[in-house]
Design a protein around this ligand. Structure first.
Ligand SMILES: Nc1nc2c(c(=O)[nH]1)N(C=O)[C@@H](CNc1ccc(C(=O)N[C@@H](CCC(=O)O)C(=O)O)cc1)CN2
Ligand SMILES: Nc1nc2c(ncn2[C@@H]2O[C@H](COP(=O)(O)OP(=O)(O)OP(=O)(O)O)[C@@H](O)[C@H]2O)c(=O)[nH]1
Ligand SMILES: [Mg+2]
Length: 464
């Protein structure tokens, strides 16, 4: 695969100002020479230095097609580490398609998904975690999510993983010497020292694992369902979050029938919520309306699927059995209790929130009709999802593969600590530390097999 020179559209397909086609590989210059003709006849593609540009046009089957700007990179100073030429033509896909056709005819091969980044990886330009970060930047749902991925692209995760490995390697070397060469009189590693180094490693891994969910929320957004009895104010809340009258609000219970979907950016939290407003839930026996019953079934289904549940209650009325039933279904889920209609909640109100609170991790009191409620709601959600405590510049795990490798490493380090604590013997601890080192090598992809790399690049887009 590394032998040939590949090309692909690097900008999104469809209408746009310009379209960029990227060419990478050892024959990039000789192929480009056949397709791109500089305006000034004294300029030659073959002579173009790295980081210079030329203006001209490209030809297809002998015909002059479109004005073109060519940008030149010389190996190894390019994204892939190979000779790279980027050709920009007018946007829309017509000219870009014609240019690709000309490049293929001149001897280039079409690039596979993620092939440019894969070449960068294989040429030692980036680590596997960095390649994965590229993918995350492309698909990030918001600026903070992209900032997280950018820190991975800068190699924070790889660098900090290397630090952990260094410290564990030090322990492993010492333990090996001590176990294998007892006659050599290797000084025994103080258990406190061993324990301290292991604990530090475990703390860092624990932090990464703990922040993974919150990072995913920032990068990808979260599906969020509004649930509650009819008329408690779910659609009013949706409209508050959306900033416009997205859903119909009326005093009639059972106004919302089907699931109403709306993506919103949650204040300045950087969280993108895919909101689902649902039909008010009451027991299916309570309604003889088949449409409403189906709506209720869909509401419960959304509860199962959602990454965030906003359970809405009417604080102006006594808690009902349906409220408690909803609260119970929220237990153990990422759910926020919203005690709405505070303006109607008199001092002596019969609404007893203590009946509901035990089932929720957190709660907020507000009045959905009042715009001032937005801020406390945003803060409560950010706190519940853990995004508020994230440092976007810190090392972060960005996908399930990395999460699995870090979990395995954390578990192995945990085992090693147990072995030390329970006096299992230092050779047992040594075995666990080796396991942890393997898991960490998996994380950065040092010994990644072709199959693992294939899997990582499976989800990349062409042109990246
Ligand atoms: N036009 C264009 N913009 C782009 C990209 C690209 O491929 N093309 N990138 C693609 O994702 C990103 C930038 N990635 C790049 C990474 C390294 C090099 C590069 O030439 N590196 C040299 C720098 C030498 C120096 O000046 O010190 C090197 O590392 O040797 C270029 C682009 C974002 N913007
Ligand atoms: N006083 C007061 N009324 C509110 C508040 N929030 C919503 N309402 C009113 O409560 C009624 C029902 O609001 P909706 O948002 O339609 O309630 P819902 O939960 O979507 O109802 P269904 O779609 O029928 O399940 C409307 O008349 C709203 O104006 C609030 O904080 N205070
Ligand atoms: Mg509604």
């Amino acid at each position: 695969m590394l032998r040939n020179t590949v090309c692909a559209l690097a900008t999104p397909p469809g209408e746009g100002g310009i379209a960029v086609v990227r060419l990478s590989g050892s024959d990039a210059y000789s192929i480009a020479e056949k397709v791109f003709l500089p305006l000034h006849k004294n300029k030659k593609v073959a002579d173009a230095k790295g980081y210079t540009a030329l203006f001209g046009h490209f030809v297809l089957n002998g015909a002059e097609m479109d004005e073109t700007v060519a940008l030149f990179y010389r190996a190894p100073h390019s994204y892939t580490g190979e000779d790279v030429i980027e050709l920009s033509v007018h946007g829309g896909s017509v000219m870009a398609d014609a240019l690709i056709e000309a490049l293929l005819a001149a001897g280039a091969a079409p690039a596979g998904p993620g092939e440019f980044t894969r070449r960068a990886l294989e040429n030692g330009r980036m680590s596997l975690t960095q390649a994965e970060a590229v993918m995350e930047i492309i698909s990030a749902g918001g600026r903070q999510g992209a900032a997280l991925a950018k820190s991975a692209l800068d190699g924070r995760l790889a660098a900090e993983t290397e630090e952990i490995k260094q410290s564990l390697r030090g322990l492993a070397a010492h333990l090996t010497a001590w176990v294998d060469y007892p006659e050599e009189d290797v000084p025994e590693l103080a258990p406190e020292e061993l324990r301290r180094t292991l604990s530090q490693a475990k703390e860092k891994l624990d932090l990464w694992l703990k922040n993974y969910g919150a990072g995913a929320v920032l990068r990808r957004g979260v599906d969020c369902v509004l649930l509650g009895r009819p008329n408690v104010g779910k659609s009013t809340l949706l409209n508050l979050l959306a900033g416009f009258d997205r859903a119909i609000v009326t005093p009639v219970a059972g106004t919302t029938r089907d699931v109403v979907e709306q993506a919103v950016l949650l204040g300045d939290t950087g969280i993108r919520l895919n909101l689902f407003d649902t039909a008010g839930v009451r027991s299916e026996e309570e309604t003889d309306d088949a449409i409403e019953a189906e709506g209720i079934r869909r509401s419960w289904k959304k509860l199962e699927e959602a990454g965030l549940v906003l359970a809405v209650f009417d604080a102006g009325q006594p808690v009902t059995a349906a409220d408690v039933a909803l609260a119970k279904r929220c237990q153990g889920r990422p759910a926020l209790a919203i005690f709405n209609k505070q303006d109607l909640a008199a001092e002596d109100t019969a609404f007893d929130e203590t009946l509901l609170l035990p089932y929720f991790k957190s709660s907020v009191r507000l009045c959905a009709k009042d715009a001032a409620s937005l801020k406390p709601l945003c803060d409560a959600v950010a706190a519940l999802l853990g995004t508020a405590r994230l440092d976007p510049g810190a090392a972060a795990l960005v996908n399930a593969r990395q999460f699995a490798a870090a979990s395995a490493a954390r578990d192995a380090v945990g085992e090693a600590i147990r072995a030390v604590d329970t006096g299992f013997g230092l050779d047992a601890a040594g075995v666990c530390i080796e396991d942890a080192l393997h898991a960490l090598a998996d994380l950065t992809g040092e010994d990644a097999t072709e199959a693992v790399i294939d899997q990582v690049f499976e989800t990349f887009c062409v042109g990246k």
